[in-house]
Design a protein around this ligand. Structure first.
Ligand SMILES: Nc1ncnc2c1ncn2[C@@H]1O[C@H](COP(=O)(O)OP(=O)(O)OP(=O)(O)O)[C@@H](O)[C@H]1O
Ligand SMILES: [Mg+2]
Length: 230
């Protein structure tokens, strides 16, 4: 049976005010089903990052509500939102946000520390996550010693090591060539099908659309009709 994990109702987001204000989102309604792989597409500036930040509780909508696992995020205090996010959501940011002084292993481990996973599980989870993204051989390297695509894969490993219920990934394959992109998309597909995760990702790459269960398209802050891929 289809069960929603996340629902956005009448979301707007306006930055600034007066004549310089920007309406980045103009009334978004969307429902994300549990255990689905969802793609959010749209031109640069259409509002994808803004929407992802709001879906994950990193930013607050100007109007509208986000319900995640039945919980209205607006009803939580800042501290409760942070706790909720740590427990349930993994982010892969458009800029990877890796810590420069830490190796790949330490970056992934740091994610587990933040999420307050038991330290005895760290080693196994880090090893597994780096293996999933094909980076076992680069585990000891720091971000500056890794290529852009490798750094992107460390960021992916950091998010999946926590086994969150929801992963929000903003252009997770932007730095990857077509072969790696397909590998990461297949990994996402298996995390959804076998590890009980739900993944929402943004992309500009039309070649990956066929692996999604659902595609939403944003245009100038509004959702066009969504497609269900069969
Ligand atoms: N903090 C901010 N202050 C003012 N305007 C902003 C802010 N963040 C985003 N915007 C504007 O909101 C709109 C949507 O931006 P957003 O980053 O969500 O686009 P995007 O779809 O993610 O684009 P890209 O594909 O280039 O990453 C843009 O017009 C952008 O300039
Ligand atoms: Mg963006």
């Amino acid at each position: 049976m289809l069960e929603p994990i996340l629902r956005a109702s009448n979301i707007t987001r306006t930055f600034g005010n007066g004549r310089k204000s920007v309406s980045a989102l103009k009334g978004i309604n969307m429902t994300i089903q549990k255990n689905s792989l969802v793609i959010l597409k749209g031109r640069s500036g259409s509002g994808k990052t803004t929407l992802m930040n709001i879906l994950g509780g990193l930013d607050t909508p100007t109007e509208g509500t986000i319900t995640f696992l039945g919980q209205d995020l607006a009803k939580l205090s800042q501290k409760e939102t942070d706790e909720f996010r740590k427990k349930h959501i993994g982010f892969i940011f458009q800029a990877f946000a890796l810590l420069p002084m830490m190796s790949a292993t330490e970056n992934v481990e740091f994610g587990l520390r933040i999420a307050e996973k038991p330290p005895k599980e760290w080693d196994e989870r880090v090893t597994e996550a780096l293996e999933w993204v094909g980076l076992s051989k680069r585990a000891k390297h720091r971000p500056s010693e890794l290529s852009g695509g490798e750094q992107q894969r460390v960021a992916i490993a950091r998010a999946i090591a926590n086994r969150p219920s929801l992963i929000l990934a903003d252009e997770p394959t932007a730095e990857l060539d077509s072969k790696r992109t397909l590998q990461i998309m297949r990994l996402f597909r298996s995390l959804v099908d076998e590890q009980d995760m739900t993944i929402i990702l943004t992309t500009h790459d039309p070649s990956v659309l066929q692996l999604a269960d659902h595609i939403f398209e944003l245009k100038d802050g509004q959702l066009l009709d969504s497609e269900v891929v069969s």
